[in-house]
Design a protein around this ligand. Structure first.
Ligand code: PMP
Length: 296
C-alpha cells in the first residue's frame, strides 16, 4: 500500500505514510467507532478523474452524522485534498481511502475531536475479473435496529470479514449475506443485481449499504433502456435468475457464475450485467467534461 516516499493526507497536511502515527487509545481502534469511504480515480484523456468524488465525501459526512461522530471538514476541501494527494503520489488509476477516526477516549460517549486521513494506492479490481463462485453465508447482515446500516462505519466490517472468511474457507470466491429476515441483502463489500427474463432486480434499501455504484447502475440501466426493480427477494428468487453480478467501487462490475452449487444459465457475454460492465468501464474513464454532461 505504501513505500518510504508515499504521502498521506492527515488533518490538513501531507505527511509520509511510514512516519504518520496515531494514538493507541483511539476510540476507533478499540470499538470500531469510525467511518470511511472507498473511492476510485481513473486515468482519462483529460487527466485523472476521481469518480463521483463529491458523492463519496457527502456519504462520508452522512455516515459520521448517522453515528454521532463530529465532521468538522468541508466536502470541497476533502475533494481538493484528494486531487492533490494523487498528484503528489503520481497516481492516476487509484483507490482512495478516507478514514475519520476518533481521538483517545476509552468511554462509549461521543468523541469531542476527530481526525481525518486519506491515503491512496493502485489497486486492481477487488474481486478480480473472473466470474465469481458465491456462497450464501451463514452470517446475516446486522439488523437495521442494531446498527445504522446506511453508515459506512468501521465496526460494521467485522460482519463482512466473517462472511468473507467463511466463504473463502469453504473454497468459494465470495459470500452473499442475507438480511435478518432471510431475504437476499448484499455481498461483504458490494451490492447485488440479478437478471430474470430481460429485467434487472436488486434488493431494496433498508438492510444494505446504499452503494454509489448501485446508483450508477440505475442511471446506466435507464440510459440503456433496461428496467430495474427493487424489492425483497428470497434466495430462491435469486437461484431462479438467468444471471447475476456484484457492483461496488472497489469491485466495479463483476459477474457471478454460481451461487452455492447452482450455476446461472445465461452466459456472461449475453447478460445485461456484461452490458452494464462495459458501460460502467466507459463512464468512469470518460473525460471530466463528458462525464459531467451525462451527470455521472
Ligand atoms: N455494500 C457494502 C457492504 C460495501 O462495503 C460496499 C463498498 N463500499 C458496497 C455495498 C458498494 O458500495 P459503493 O458502490 O458505494 O462502493
Amino acid at each position: 500500500y505504501y513505500n518510504n516516499d508515499t504521502l498521506i493526507y492527515l488533518d490538513g497536511k501531507f505527511v509520509k505514510a511510514h512516519t504518520a502515527s496515531t494514538d493507541l487509545y483511539s476510540q476507533t481502534l478499540h470499538y470500531g467507532y469510525g467511518v470511511f469511504e472507498g473511492i476510485r480515480a481513473y486515468a482519462t484523456n483529460n487527466g485523472t478523474h476521481v469518480f463521483k468524488s463529491k458523492t463519496h465525501y457527502e456519504r462520508l459526512k452522512k455516515s459520521a452524522e448517522l453515528i454521532n461522530i463530529p465532521f468538522p471538514f468541508q466536502v470541497e476541501e476533502l475533494m481538493q485534498a484528494t486531487e492533490t494527494l494523487l498528484e503528489k503520489n503520481n497516481l492516476s488509476d487509484a483507490y482512495i481511502r478516507p478514514l475519520v477516526f476518533c481521538d483517545p477516549n476509552m468511554s462509549l460517549a461521543k468523541p469531542n475531536k476527530v481526525s481525518i486521513m486519506i491515503c491512496a494506492w493502485e489497486w486492481a479490481a477487488y474481486l478480480g475479473n473472473k466470474q465469481l463462485r458465491v456462497m450464501i453465508s451463514s452470517i446475516c447482515r446486522p439488523h437495521p435496529r442494531s446498527v445504522k446500516i446506511e453508515a459506512k462505519a468501521c465496526g460494521h466490517y467485522i460482519n463482512s470479514i466473517l462472511a468473507t472468511n467463511e466463504a473463502k474457507d469453504q473454497g468459494y470466491d465470495e459470500a452473499l449475506l442475507l438480511d435478518s429476515d432471510g431475504f437476499v441483502a448484499e455481498g461483504p463489500g458490494a451490492n447485488l443485481f440479478f437478471e430474470k427474463d430481460g429485467m434487472l432486480f436488486t434488493p431494496q434499501l433498508g438492510n444494505i449499504l446504499p452503494g454509489i455504484t448501485r446508483a450508477t447502475i440505475f442511471e446506466l440501466a435507464r440510459k440503456l433502456g433496461i428496467q430495474v426493480k427493487e424489492g425483497l427477494f428470497t434466495p430462491n428468487d435469486l437461484l431462479a435468475a438467468d444471471s447475476a453480478f456484484y457492483c461496488g467501487t472497489a469491485a466495479e462490475v463483476i459477474g457471478i457464475k454460481a451461487i452455492n452449487q447452482d450455476t446461472f444459465p445465461l452466459a456472461w457475454p449475453n447478460s445485461l450485467g456484461k452490458k452494464l460492465q462495459d458501460a460502467y468501464a466507459q463512464v468512469v474513464r470518460k473525460t471530466k467534461q463528458t462525464a459531467s454532461t451525462v451527470s455521472l
